[in-house]
Design a protein around this ligand. Structure first.
Ligand SMILES: Cc1cc2nc3c(=O)[nH]c(=O)nc-3n(C[C@H](O)[C@H](O)[C@H](O)COP(=O)(O)OP(=O)(O)OC[C@H]3O[C@@H](n4cnc5c(N)ncnc54)[C@H](O)[C@@H]3O)c2cc1C
Length: 478
């Protein structure tokens, strides 16, 4: 055994750090987890958990306002009290936080230490005047909102996802800058809660990394819910005028528009937390994307790993978890393993949701991969009709000329849950027949897999050739 204080020291107790800590300690490695704030990280306090709770509240409110569409008597629904809504959000956070408590990790054998350590060499960190050494380290310090430079923005005032869930009053008019996952989800939730939302982005359409035919379903719903879209527009400056905040945006033709609002929500990307860690002293290479890693999550120092948002790869909690598990496997179990980013799913929790795994058309075209597509609409699925959720579709990509599934996108009610079968299909290199032959329960949305795959075979089975052969063999007269 080495003379180090620990086998593994983890810096940052969010999704990535907690995964490494739990895995390493349970495998018998002497483990320390150093966190500067609370265990749980962004996902728990300012990300996935509060945003998904808020989205659910917004959906319930939306239903309550549209009772007539279900044949129910219309109700007079009062304006939403955001303070009360955020109280509910905090209750959910508190429940989830129990899974990430200090006591739980101490119970697993982890030394949970409070503070912000700094590397003094590649094997030592200094914290509150003491030096701790370790055989391995994991950097898992996450990311923070990227604040893009806009003239006058700081004087005008703005919020990010960090302040959003502490708001007490619903902004009557909300300008959301950035139509990626965070901006689109929050814009949609606030619009449904009653804010007049303007969603602004320099890119062509919201969620522009998705194929347009999938994003379009969400965009239509956003417009139906009263969101004003200003795409292809850049924020130039911000100022205050009386009680208003004003965001001046410029479109591609150079035309300026002053968007008046009560609050500006910035969702213009993420910045990895790499500062103050003494990474130079440890000899760990950092680029403007974050801490550089290989697919085994090793940094330029092979015994120092980096997982989660800090490495700038895929900013999702499940990816942080997968990277953390890969570190446990490589560093603690000494079994080489890599993260396969090509088959990583993601879900955007707008309403409807969009889920994606493997290739979409954009990526296939970029990588010059030839493909066929198989599409089925929610309108063909009885359960979707019963749910009154007509808008949605599945798109399965197969390798050109074959039935091997290389990617799936689903937009529609519960797309995130539906994606589970697609994740298996892509990861296990399944064929369309693997989706077409099992029996799916009726009436469920998951029948959409069978229907879309079944269509492919139906064209072959119900062909004039097959009819001709059967008539010849069995003397059918139809
Ligand atoms: C609004 C929003 C919604 C999101 N929704 C989803 C979603 O639905 N699904 C999904 O998969 N992902 C979602 N994400 C992304 C997800 O939150 C992140 O990918 C995930 O939290 C990354 O985990 P992490 O461990 O890398 O970082 P974090 O969870 O942020 O943890 C980093 C930890 O490190 C600590 N730390 C930082 N610096 C130091 C230091 N110097 N010393 C000690 N400790 C330090 C921090 O306090 C923090 O606890 C969302 C993000 C946002 C902002």
């Amino acid at each position: 055994m080495s003379g180090y204080d620990y086998d593994m020291i983890i810096i940052g107790g969010g999704a990535a750090g907690l995964t490494v800590a739990a895995g390493a300690a349970q495998l018998g490695a002497k483990t320390a987890l150093i966190e500067k704030d609370r265990l749980g990280g962004d996902c728990l306090y300012y990300g996935c958990v509060p945003s998904k709770t808020l989205i659910k509240v917004a959906k319930v409110y939306h239903y309550a306002k549209h009772l007539k569409a279900f044949g129910l008597p219309d109700a007079d629904i009062p304006a939403c009290d955001l303070k009360s809504v955020m109280g509910h959000v905090r209750q959910v956070i508190d429940r989830v936080a129990m899974h990430d408590s200090v006591e739980r990790f101490q119970g697993l054998g982890v030394d949970v230490i409070s503070g912000s350590p700094e590397f003094v060499s590649d094997r030592e960190v200094r914290l509150d005047g003491r030096t701790l050494s370790s055989r391995h380290f994991t950097i898992a310090t996450g990311s923070r909102p990227m604040i893009i430079p806009i003239e006058g923005l700081h004087q005008t005032g703005f919020i990010t996802n960090v302040e959003t869930f502490s708001l007490e009053n619903l902004p009557a008019r909300l300008a959301v800058l950035g139509a990626g996952p965070i901006g689109a989800e929050l814009a949609h939730a606030f619009a449904r809660l009653g804010s007049k939302v303007t969603l602004i982005d320099i890119l062509e359409y919201p969620l522009s990394f998705e194929d347009y035919d999938m994003a379009e379903v969400v965009i239509k719903q956003m417009i139906n819910d009263g969101i004003t879209l200003r795409m292809g527009s850049k924020a130039k400056k911000a100022y205050r005028e009386a009680a208003d905040k004003v965001l001046v945006i410029e479109d591609k033709t150079g035309k300026e528009e002053a968007v008046r609002c009560d609050e500006i929500l910035l969702a213009t990307g993420r910045k990895p937390n790499t500062e103050g860690l003494g990474l130079e002293a440890a000899g760990v290479k950092v680029t403007n994307k974050g801490v550089e890693t290989d697919l085994r999550m090793r940094t330029s120092q092979k015994h120092i790993y980096a997982a989660g948002d800090v490495n700038g790869r895929f900013p999702f909690t499940h990816v942080a978890g997968a990277e953390g598990s890969t570190i446990v496997r490589n560093a603690i179990m000494h079994i080489p393993g890599k993260v396969d980013y090509n088959k990583t799913p993601w879900v955007i929790f707008t309403d409807p949701e969009i889920g994606s795994v493997g290739y979409n058309e954009k990526r296939a075209q970029q990588e010059e991969v030839e493909y066929d597509i198989h599409v089925e609409d929610f309108e063909e699925i009885d359960r979707a009709l019963a749910e009154r959720e007509y808008e949605g579709r599945i798109k399965i990509l197969t390798a050109s000329g074959s039935d091997k599934i290389i990617g799936v996108q689903i937009v529609g009610l519960h797309a995130g849950e539906l994606l589970g079968a697609s994740v298996l299909a892509v990861n296990k290199r399944m064929k369309l027949s693997d989706l077409a032959t099992p029996i799916f329960a009726y009436p469920t949305l998951s029948e959409i897999h069978k229907k879309s795959a079944g269509k492919y075979y139906a064209q072959k089975i119900f062909s004039p050739q097959v009819r001709g052969i059967l008539k010849f063999l069995f003397g059918y007269r139809g």
